[in-house]
Design a protein around this ligand. Sequence first.
Ligand SMILES: [Zn+2]
Length: 238
Amino acid sequence: MSALFDRSYTCQICGNEFTSMQVKTSAIRAKERRKDFHTIFNGENPTFYGVICCPNCGYTKFENDFKQEVTAKCRDLVKNTITKSWKPQDYTHERDLNAAIKVHLIALVNYNILKEKQAVIGKLLLRLAWFYDEAGNSDENKKYVKLALDAFIRSFELEKQEDAEEKELEIIYLIGELNRQLGNYKEAIRWYEMVVRHEFAYKNRLIKGYAKDQWALAAEEYNLSKKNESNAVVNQNY
Ligand SMILES: [Zn+2]
């Protein structure tokens, strides 16, 4: 039996009614959960199907956002930008890693044009970073980790979060974790510490636990990098 099924959608921009494939909940098999929330799956990867793309007009958003009603202004904006340059493409069927990357890049253009929240744009950029990691493309992975980090920092500085406490804690944690991935260990530790000391940390034990673990890891990696640096200096002196 197929792990996929067709779900119906109506496009809020052009009115197109279409189906797009999703992974059956019963078929989702998580193999590994990483500390940046990247889950590796056995079999079909539901993350590939996280965004819905209207094949008719190019309107592309996370599934929940895709279903939301839009204002006339937003509709006009998408029609005059996305749809104007849209070349027929269909992401409603089974998606491989390559298709997942492409459809998420289209979503990124949509979110940027609509000037959506940096927290959501960051989430999209982080998923692209995961996909490039799965593709074994470390340059693109790094590029998107950096872009996601910048978006989360802008979000932290400028945006009020809905369910503020929970969201903010998650964003602070991710700023720490993405800094660590980029080798900015001291900066990473500063943000992990902010999670652990956050007044609402007790409400999210998972993230608090992650922050403690990753703080220790970042300290270890920092010490190792210092050791390697001093070894390099010693070697140079020979
Ligand atoms: Zn449409």
